[in-house]
Design a protein around this ligand. Structure first.
Ligand SMILES: NC(=O)c1ccc[n+]([C@@H]2O[C@H](COP(=O)([O-])OP(=O)(O)OC[C@H]3O[C@@H](n4cnc5c(N)ncnc54)[C@H](O)[C@@H]3O)[C@@H](O)[C@H]2O)c1
Length: 438
């Protein structure tokens, strides 16, 4: 099939490359000229494991191309996916749909013949109706259907998630567009990935409900972790003890510094707005958002306490800046709250991240970047682990201790064991676990 992907970001590029790998012919469109130029040179604009090889193979086999020219890309397409950003609107938490509506207007003027326009961006309930109206107003004669097909991939595991999804959700009201979408995803259907057909509004809401539920699960275990610290219990064992119950499940039960990233914060905020506007407020999600915001800020206090109550003039080495490992995405990362709070308290911060240091220097001015974890620790009064990159899981503890001025480690991801750290002479603080020996 001939498919146009509008928006070549994390979702658009991964989806486009994976659909090309299924054998479809894909043209990825973006307005950012430098991004398209880089892709044409074979350079990836984002870090995502396996993406470069996937793109290279499909470009080489002439199934994947890139352009800034939306009109020419969509006029030959049978299916047009919209995968542009829907960030939080400044100030009120509503999803900013200006990129989406802008794309819809451009698409409207260019489509030829029956075309299925698919919203892959995460959008509030009812947005499909508005996109339909925009296209109808601009081009009353156009023959098209609007479908909602929310994306559930996770950065860092995006290719596998796209190719082996737990489910594919398709919100479409007519049989013709459903048939087209079945054809798009036929390779996955053959692999037994369930396709759930719903009405459009239901599909739109499924995405928000899923993210809000996951954010709630994380926040729940984070609060249990706080309780564990007070009563001398171990949150990892509590998580295992409840996660083995199939009704609960073990995923998203890792206590940490609070969720961040490009989806949960903005999607929970948008769901709250939708629900309030509809007169059915979702109090549990409102609480989750408030608790999570507070948690990120409280992590700086935890670090300050571990350093004896003051960080004024002290040097703190930080490992990991991205909101999770295996991505270069810094959007709403806990590091963006924790590090400025440490700086405000008078600390000198030196950081390392395997992928995001260039971007981080723009977002975290005044932070020194290190070439490796040991350099970040050199002469520091403490080392703080904010993101659990694999590269930090097996550090040479002897060397680390020698590099640090004071052997304090604050591990906000619980990647080390308290006994192991104590045995190696560290003063170790983690999340929801008693220090060794208590
Ligand atoms: N990142 C994720 O992990 C993830 C997962 C699931 C769903 N989503 C959703 O997918 C959507 C896209 O997210 P993302 O992280 O890929 O965003 P992104 O910011 O990485 O990419 C969006 C791209 O769209 C481009 N763009 C904007 N307007 C355009 C237009 N009119 N024509 C062409 N290109 C245009 C931008 O230049 C940008 O490159 C969002 O709604 C997001 O909530 C994201």
């Amino acid at each position: 099939m001939r498919i146009a992907m509008i928006g070549t970001g994390y979702v658009g590029l991964v989806s486009g490359a994976c659909l090309a790998d299924f054998g479809h012919w894909i043209i990825c469109v973006d307005k950012e000229e430098s991004k398209i130029a880089a892709l044409k040179r074979g350079e990836m604009p984002i870090f995502e494991p396996g993406l470069e090889e996937l793109v290279e193979r499909n470009v080489h086999e002439n199934r994947l191309d890139f352009t800034t020219d939306l009109s020419s890309a969509v006029k030959n397409a049978e299916v047009i996916f919209i995968a542009v950003g829907t960030p939080s609107r400044r100030g009120d938490g509503y999803a900013d749909l200006s990129y989406l509506f802008g794309a819809a207007k451009e698409i409207a003027g260019a489509i030829k013949g029956y075309t299925v326009v698919v919203t892959k961006s995460t959008v509030p309930v009812g947005t499909g109706d508005e996109v339909e109206k925009i296209i109808r107003d601009v081009n009353p004669k156009a023959e098209f259907a609007i479908v909602s097909n929310p994306e559930f991939l996770r950065e860092g595991a995006a290719i596998n998630d796209f190719k082996r999804p737990d489910r594919i959700v398709i919100g479409a009201s007519d049989s013709r567009s459903r048939e087209v979408m079945t054809e798009v995803y036929r390779p996955l259907y053959l692999n037994a990935s369930p396709i759930l057909f719903t009405e459009r509004r239901t599909a739109e809401l499924i995405k928000y409900a899923a993210n809000a539920f996951l954010a709630t699960k994380i926040t729940f275990i984070n609060e249990i972790a706080d309780l564990c610290e007070k009563v001398g219990a171990d949150v990892q064992q509590v998580a295992r003890g409840i996660g083995l119950d199939n009704r609960i499940g073990s995923k998203f039960l890792h206590a940490g510094p609070g969720y961040g990233g490009s989806c949960f914060p903005k999607d929970t905020a948008a769901l709250i707005q939708t629900a309030q506007e509809a007169g059915a407020p979702i109090k549990i999600v409102e609480t989750v958002v408030a608790v999570n915001d507070r948690r990120k800020r409280s992590m700086a206090d935890k670090i300050i306490t571990a350093l004896g109550g003051s960080v004024k003039g002290k040097t703190i080495g930080v490992l990991g800046l991205t909101f999770k490992p295996n991505t270069d995405d810094l959007r709403d990362a806990p590091s963006l709250v924790i590090i400025p709070a440490l700086k405000n308290a008078g600390a000198i911060v030196r950081a390392h991240d395997p992928q995001a240091m260039v971007e981080a220097t723009k977002l975290l001015p005044g932070i020194e970047m290190s070439h490796n974890p040991y350099e970040a620790a050199k002469g520091a009064d403490a080392l703080v682990i904010i993101t659990e990159w694999d590269a930090y899981r097996a550090l040479d503890l002897d060397r680390l201790k020698k590099e640090l001025k004071v052997p304090i480690v604050v591990d906000l991801r619980n990647i080390y064991r308290p006994e192991e750290m104590a045995a190696n002479g560290f003063r170790y603080t983690s999340i929801g676990r008693a220090p060794a020996g208590i």
